[in-house]
Design a protein around this ligand. Structure first.
Ligand code: IMP
Length: 429
């Protein structure tokens, strides 16, 4: 059976403009599902000139008729998500079509304290996390001392789970010289949020499978990017979940064969926030100019992003692992008129040319980029572009090279912030 499912994922280090593309795709979808990460993500989308910042809510949230799902693989800060709902749906919560998995884990205040404490302890080797408690929450899940969204609905069990979690985490906090958490205070705060979240909590795997089997269009929205994947990213400078198609089955509770198409969102150049190697980084005027033109500052943390030339070694690596079938190229307008345009095509490592990404971050930090140069892409009228053939020759050369090297079709090209500036070359549903 052919299913109408689509994985939409960042193919770089996050911040590829996924929110906008997913929002665009959501307007044709029936269900949009977040399956990993938490409020470390910051998707910003612009609708009618107004910028909306979403953190945990799926990108289909503004589409009438779309069901938005937060699946079991997500980590949910119950206080933060209620604030986000309040910010976006004040006075019209009835318009919100949201389902949160009873199996998703809760990010609680002690996870945020621990995130900061671990980063401080690591000193110069820190990861540069978003300090949202993501790593400590997923660690508790793996340690089997996590508390799940569904636990909020059983008062006695919730207390038991808090006793277990804090029995361990309070000792850790005190050991690190931090204040321990008052279990009764947290318990009573959680009972309040539980009532507000109750209408949304359900077994989302059932909803997703029913929708998929009924031939509905279901979009799985990855947060962050493939290179921040806990297993396949540039470890240890990664997030604590797997933001790619390969993790959807376990993180959403569906069979692997139900994810058939993978749309990789690819920014026209590279950016990265936080620490970790980035061979094509341009910490110079070229990079500064792109940062300003592309507004490359974090949605969540406001940190300036590191900027570099597009790196097709990295993109080839992520395409192979996640099975990319189509590409959505974003922020292409930022490259217009830019001189010294290059793409990294290989690395040189200890005098040898290589086309792979070494597993060790230490070895990877020694890789030097090898570039192919491209002609400057002239300014062009975006709203006259309806097909690939309408693009200026220089743009076709740049994009054609990417397409051939990655063996995926360029399905979508984004040329500006508004929905009307997104051109579709290939229908995805
Ligand atoms: P954490 O996810 O907060 O644990 O952060 C781990 C790494 O992932 C850090 O380098 C963060 O900067 C990066 N990161 C987490 N979320 C995002 C995102 O949404 N966009 C870009 N980078 C992110």
């Amino acid at each position: 059976m052919e299913y109408k499912t689509l994985s939409v994922e960042g193919s770089q280090f996050g911040d590829e403009g996924k929110g906008k593309i997913t929002d665009y795709i959501a307007s044709h979808a029936d269900v949009v599902c977040r399956y990993q990460g938490g409020n470390n993500a910051g998707h910003s989308i612009e609708i009618d000139g107004v910028r909306h910042a979403l953190r945990s809510l799926p990108s289909g949230i503004y589409e009438k008729g779309v069901l938005n799902v937060i699946a079991n693989g997500v980590v949910v800060n119950p206080f933060a998500i209620l604030e986000e709902i309040e910010e976006n749906f004040k006075g019209r919560e009835k318009d919100l079509r949201l389902a949160i998995s009873d199996r998703a884990h809760l990010i609680l205040p002690y996870h945020i304290q621990l995130d900061g404490a671990y980063e401080d302890l690591m000193g110069k080797n820190k990861i540069g996390t978003t300090h949202k408690g993501i790593g400590p929450c997923y660690s508790d899940k793996a340690k089997r001392i996590g508390i799940r969204v569904g636990d909020l609905l059983d008062k006695d069990y919730l207390h038991e789970r808090l006793e277990t979690a804090l029995g361990v985490n309070n000792k850790v906090l005190v050991g690190l010289g931090k204040e321990s958490v008052d279990i009764e205070k947290l318990y009573s705060d959680l009972l309040v949020v539980a009532e507000r979240l109750r209408p949304y909590i359900t077994d989302t795997s059932v909803l997703l499978n029913e929708a998929i089997d009924a031939g509905k269009k279901v979009v799985f929205e990855g947060a962050q990017g493939s290179l921040l994947d806990l297993d396949h990213g540039t470890y240890p400078f990664v997030t604590s979940s797997s933001p790619t198609s390969v993790s959807i089955p376990v993180n959403a509770g569906i069979a692997p064969y139900k994810v058939q198409r993978v749309l990789a969102i690819m920014k026209s150049y590279m950016t990265r926030v936080g620490e970790g190697p980035m061979p094509s980084e341009q910490d110079n005027e070229w990079g500064n100019a792109i940062r300003e033109r592309g507004h490359e500052y974090g949605t969540v943390t406001k940190r300036p992003r590191r900027v570099g030339y597009l790196d097709l070694v990295l993109l080839g690596y992520t395409s192979r692992i996640t099975g990319v079938t189509d590409l959505a190229v974003t922020l292409f307008d930022v490259l217009e008129g830019v001189e010294n345009l290059k793409i990294c095509v290989d690395y040189s490592l200890d005098g040898k040319i290589i086309d792979y990404v070494p597993a060790s971050a230490k070895t990877y930090a020694h890789c030097k980029p090898i570039y192919k140069e491209f002609k400057t892409i002239p300014h062009f009228e975006h709203r006259k572009i309806h097909s690939f053939g309408d693009l200026p020759i220089e743009a076709k050369e740049y994009l054609g090279f990417i397409k051939d090297r990655l063996g995926a079709d360029i399905a979508i090209l984004s040329l500006g912030a508004e929905r009307e500036d997104t051109v579709t070359f290939k229908e995805l549903f």
